[in-house]
Design a protein around this ligand. Sequence first.
Ligand SMILES: Nc1nc2c(c(=O)[nH]1)N[C@H]1C(S)=C(S)[C@@H](COP(=O)(O)OP(=O)(O)OC[C@H]3O[C@@H](n4cnc5c(=O)[nH]c(N)nc54)[C@H](O)[C@@H]3O)O[C@H]1N2
Ligand SMILES: Nc1nc2c(c(=O)[nH]1)N[C@H]1C(S)=C(S)[C@@H](COP(=O)(O)OP(=O)(O)OC[C@H]3O[C@@H](n4cnc5c(=O)[nH]c(N)nc54)[C@H](O)[C@@H]3O)O[C@H]1N2
Ligand SMILES: [Mo]
Length: 770
Amino acid sequence: MARFTSTHWGVYEVLGDADDPVLGPFRRDPDPSPIGLSMLEASTRLRVEQPCVRKSWIEQGIGASPHLRGVDPFVQVDWDYALDLAAQALSRTISQHGKQAIFGGSYGWSSAGRFHHAQSQIHRFLNAAGGYVRHVDSYSLGAARVLMPHIVAPMDDLMARHTSWDVMSEHTELFVAFGGVPAKNAQVNPGGASEHLVSGGLANMARAGVRFVNISPMRANLETGKAFEWIKIRPNTDTAMMLGLAFCIHAAGRHDKDFLQRYCTGFERFETYLLGNQDGQPKDPRWASAICGVPATVIEDLATRMANSRTMINVSWAIQRAHRGEQPYWMVVTLAAMLGQIGLPGGGFGVGYGAMNMMGMANPKFGGPTLPQGQSNVREFIPVARITDLLEKPGESFQYNGSTHTYPKIELIYWAGGNPFHHHQDLRRLIGAWKKVPSVLVNEQFWTPNAKLADIVFPATTTLERDDIGFSSVDRYMIAMRKVIEPCGQARDDFDIFRALARRLGCEQIFTEGRDASQWIRFLYEDSIVRAKAANVTLPSFETFWEQGLVDLAKPGQYNIMLEDFRKDPDVNRLNTPSGKLEIFSERIASFGYEDCPGHAVWLEPVEWLGSETARRWPLHLVSDQPKAKLHSQLDHSKLSQATKLNGRERLEINPVDAIARGLETGDTVWVMNERGKCLATAVVTDELAESVVKLSTGAWFDPDNWMSVEYDKHGNPNILTPDIGSSQLSQGCSAHTCLVDVQKFEGEPPDVTAYRLPDIIRQAMVAPG
Ligand SMILES: Nc1nc2c(c(=O)[nH]1)N[C@H]1C(S)=C(S)[C@@H](COP(=O)(O)OP(=O)(O)OC[C@H]3O[C@@H](n4cnc5c(=O)[nH]c(N)nc54)[C@H](O)[C@@H]3O)O[C@H]1N2
Ligand SMILES: Nc1nc2c(c(=O)[nH]1)N[C@H]1C(S)=C(S)[C@@H](COP(=O)(O)OP(=O)(O)OC[C@H]3O[C@@H](n4cnc5c(=O)[nH]c(N)nc54)[C@H](O)[C@@H]3O)O[C@H]1N2
Ligand SMILES: [Mo]
């Protein structure tokens, strides 16, 4: 009987004896990720082992002294005590303030199994209890998720239909990547990444003679095994560069007029802007060069090559996680439409090859096992990255996608499966807002900053400690995830925690529908058999699946060409945009009247960038990309992640010119700072980074000097520096990649950071009063 476990970073084989298991790479995966190999070792350290309640709540009751979060010690209590208290906090909030006073947080990736998916579990529970304020969209794709359905198609459709790697090997001649194709990111896929294809796909393309150009502030993230061209660009200026390319293509008469006529709407409006007919400023290569820092001759030459080749243009997701991040995405569609190769094999555009494993795969797409989340009858919501605004500005209105909405007043936050003190921007501001909310409940596995800042912490099991099903849309294998080890301490599954709370709130039957965990796992599997059949996939019986350990979903010979159907017959296969065509000008977006996102792609200056006034004071642009050796903050305490650090801190990469100007050498402890905050990191000098650009990957657990009035972070979490502003009124997406800083050598003895610390815990068991 084969045994497997599945994670967002791949499938692992469970080897060794049942009482001494070992994880090994999945032998069917051509390029397995090392991240999971350190999962077992990390699973018992820094764990929340028993339910904990913040001391002020024990002594003074629910809602007491929220400003002491992070400072108060925790008291270990027994399960019934903690559950009774949490249920009281929930029911009191609902009866006194209504359900729109509960924020069901839980942005974050939690773990891969489809039943024990913490975010689905908590939303299902809160819906069973009557509803909650939810979030929409994601940090990953805030701007793109809102923009793209207006002008092409929803992001999920585009992601699943990216032109396959094999097709590109055969047909693409030139691959132009804005922000690379980060194979380090493609280790990961939400729900599962059982067959890693990006590195192999890139290598095959290079071997077939495809030429690659990486337009990026850093050289890395386009490893093909062969030489490639690196064009250094100032961060956040891709739209200007693409406009320069578009201008050259237009000036040479190489734009595809038939394509623009037949498949697009509104090119004329954009053309007026491109040529400067109204504002008097042609968006020519000299204009573009002054903004993006790429020489005009390089732009001209690249434009010629793009027009003469079968060209695929790719944009990384990072370039839209920025202020005015809608514009490069709208502009890449516009530029590819002008080249007229959309829907042809190997041409057109990609919106995130390499951002995750799935782009370029061609396995069948169907709705696999998914826990239904139920319906909320609370209307209020936030675009996900507006969390601090929600907490700070109750009653104030905000714009989103053409409508006006109002922030409700939040009295209780419940979070399971995410780490806002890792993922959100301007963390000092978030902490201030967080400490005004009377009640915060958290289910966590580890003592992350989010757990440290809660009033009640419930210890949750990890993937390794429970049965589940591993599945991700268009991934190759469905996996029977068998429990590998016993739960650590008193940890329980999120499902059991919510079931116990639902019982206390009188909604257990709605939450469980009478099923226990193993019945749910079987039910979700069997429920997906019908949907699989509609996609021509025959799933075996549950018993066979569980015995085999996996199902191979691949269909040999399948491939995708993005928007091929639309190209073949645009009348039958209309796009789901208002015109049914690609919208180079969108009447609908124009009708919203947003100056920060008008009716076609434009260059808009971000609030801070290297060409702005702010750069005089803070002269370096900080790129905070995704970490190579972990998924966000998950497993940051593992040996693999710790080994990537230098002196216990994250690496701050800096160009030699900028390093010399500051007297820095590799290994120096440095301050990274701006007016929002500062953190410590370890300098690494490298010429693989453009001048005036520094890189500090995300992932370090927020570890402030003190929790009462935070001044700095010790481990190198970039989000103490990043601005907390929406990318525009259209999407309100996160703007993490828009951030200016300066770097300075740390003088003296830096604070010790060899390990993360547990909070102060009073280890005297408290039992339930009744
Ligand atoms: N500066 C900057 N900031 C960024 C980004 C950036 O590029 N730059 N990127 C953004 C993006 S794209 C994203 S997606 C976010 C990432 O968002 P994060 O919220 O930081 O994601 P994770 O670290 O994956 O958080 C998952 C948490 O869930 C916990 N967990 C795992 N499994 C379970 C479970 O079964 N039950 C429970 N109860 N808990 C569980 C883990 O211990 C972990 O603390 O960060 C965003 N922030
Ligand atoms: N190992 C690992 N993989 C992951 C994740 C992880 O935490 N760890 N997280 C996953 C998640 S949730 C997401 S959303 C995706 C995110 O995927 P992306 O958003 O694509 O990833 P990033 O690593 O933030 O950035 C990719 C590259 O964009 C480039 N870049 C940054 N700013 C600019 C710019 O202004 N212009 C140009 N031209 N290039 C720029 C940089 O070269 C950077 O290396 O990654 C996923 N994959
Ligand atoms: Mo993401």
